[in-house]
Every structure is written in structure tokens, then in C-alpha cells.
Design a protein around this ligand. Structure first.
Ligand code: ADE
Length: 240
């Protein structure tokens, strides 16, 4: 079954953009997923195709009208469509690999991209949208955030990644950052690859990688660790 993505945006010309190339693009050509970008403006009934208005309570910027966004959702989502509706907004809950996994294992997703100051909150709630942020910074709209979310989902779809790109051991499969990687040459500009990796000793390699993962996670992302892991750190390997 094809995983179906529908994006509601004021800038449908931004899609597929980078999702039409590389891993995601090849997967799309192979029919493993589909992408439909729909113009929110097509749902406006206004003579001038207006989609926004000034915020009640005052302040800068414009807000997307709830009737227009609702009509755009209704036009995009057929009866019985079970796909979750995700609204990309810096107000959202931080995007995590757990949500990516959930979305990728379902039938697809409908993504609403905000622009201007935001979207009238009533339609966000009435439609049961999941509000998601891709990080603590403000983009000029949700489109790039939607692409980030789709890229993360598509690579997990069955058949998208070959053995060479396996997602099994990567960062966040266990709430740990990944260990560092090395390839030939074994010495480059006087810098040697850690000896253990050349030893052929699989158990020791696994131990070293685990220690590296824990050390780099302690250093850079202690928030990913449980309080127990934070309290008794594994024997600290020097960070590579
Ligand atoms: N729209 C603007 N900034 C955003 C962000 N950080 N995440 C998701 N959507 C956004």
C-alpha cells in the first residue's frame, strides 16, 4: 500500500522540492509513497481569494481563517480517511522519532502548513490536529518543517532503505546519539582510527561503540537520558 501524504499550503509550488530527489524521490518513483500539495487558497470563497484576516485582540500579522482552513481540510480528506492531521507550528510539541515511527506505520498523513502569524485555534481544535514543531526556532512557514517530517517518515517505510542504509542502529533508536564512524584510510593526516575498530574483535567493538554513544549523549544531550542514566554514567570513554 502506498503511504499517502497530503500537504495543505499557500505555496504548493514548494513541493516536492528536495523530496523529489535522492532516497525519498526514488521511493516516490517506485510508488512506495505519494505526495499531493494542495493550495489552501482554493478553499477561499472570497471574491479576492482572501484566506486570512487581522487577529482579534490586536497585534501584528495576519491569521488564517478557520472557515477557509476547514474547507481546505474537507476538500483534501475523503470520507473515512484515517490519516492523522498534523499542523506544523513553532507552538507544537517537539518532533520526536517516536511520532515519526507512529506516522510511518500508518496510512500516511495530512500536513497543514501555517504562514503569517498563525491559524485560528478553533479549527486546530475542531479538527483534532496534532501540533508539531521541528525545533526551537521560527521558520517563515510550515513548509520546510513539513518536508523535514515527511523525509523522516519516508525513510522508515518498508522497502525504502536497503541494508546499506539500515535504520536499526542509528541515533534515537534507543534514546542515545550515535557513536562516531570511520573508514579508510586507517591513517589520514597523521590521525589514526581508534585501534579497537581495526581489531576484528566484534564484542569489543560493540562495547566501545556503546561507551561512545553514552559519552556523547551525556555531553551533548543529557535530556535524552533517564534520571538513572544521568546519575550513574557508564565509565567515561574519551569523546571522539
Ligand atoms: N513553522 C514555523 N516555524 C516552525 C517550526 N520551528 N516548526 C514547525 N513549524 C514551523
Amino acid at each position: 500500500m502506498t503511504w499517502q501524504a497530503t500537504v495543505l499550503t499557500l505555496f504548493p509550488g514548494m513541493f516536492p522540492g528536495p523530496l523529489g530527489t535522492a532516497l525519498a524521490g526514488r521511493a516516490m518513483e517506485r510508488g512506495l509513497w505519494s505526495l499531493e500539495a494542495r493550495d489552501i487558497r482554493d478553499a477561499s470563497t472570497d471574491r479576492n481569494r482572501r484566506v486570512d484576516d487581522t487577529p482579534f485582540g490586536g497585534g501584528a500579522g495576519m491569521v488564517l481563517r478557520p472557515d477557509v482552513v476547514d474547507a481546505a481540510c474537507a476538500a483534501a480528506i475523503p470520507e473515512g480517511d484515517a490519516r492523522p492531521l498534523v499542523f506544523l507550528t513553532p507552538r507544537g510539541a517537539p518532533l520526536r522519532q517516536s511520532l515519526v515511527r507512529d506516522l510511518a506505520s500508518g496510512p500516511g498523513a495530512v500536513l497543514l502548513c501555517g504562514r503569517y502569524e498563525g491559524v485560528d485555534q478553533r479549527v486546530v481544535e475542531a479538527r483534532g490536529m496534532i501540533e508539531v514543531s521541528i525545533g526551537d526556532y521560527v521558520l517563515s512557514g510550515g513548509e520546510l518543517a513539513a518536508m523535514v517530517l515527511l523525509d523522516a517518515c519516508v525513510r522508515l517505510l518498508p522497502g525504502v532503505m536497503g541494508a546499506a542504509e539500515s535504520a536499526e542502529e542509528e541515533s534515537f533508536s534507543e534514546n542515545l546519539l550515535e557513536y562516531p564512524h570511520y573508514t579508510r584510510p586507517a591513517e589520514w593526516q597523521g590521525l589514526r582510527v581508534p585501534d579497537v575498530l581495526l581489531s576484528g574483535h566484534h564484542a569489543e567493538v560493540a562495547r566501545w561503540r556503546r561507551a561512545q554513544s553514552e559519552a556523547v549523549t551525556h555531553e551533548r544531550r543529557p535530556d535524552l537520558l533517564t534520571s538513572k542514566q544521568r546519575r550513574d554514567p557508564a565509565p567515561r570513554a574519551p569523546l571522539h
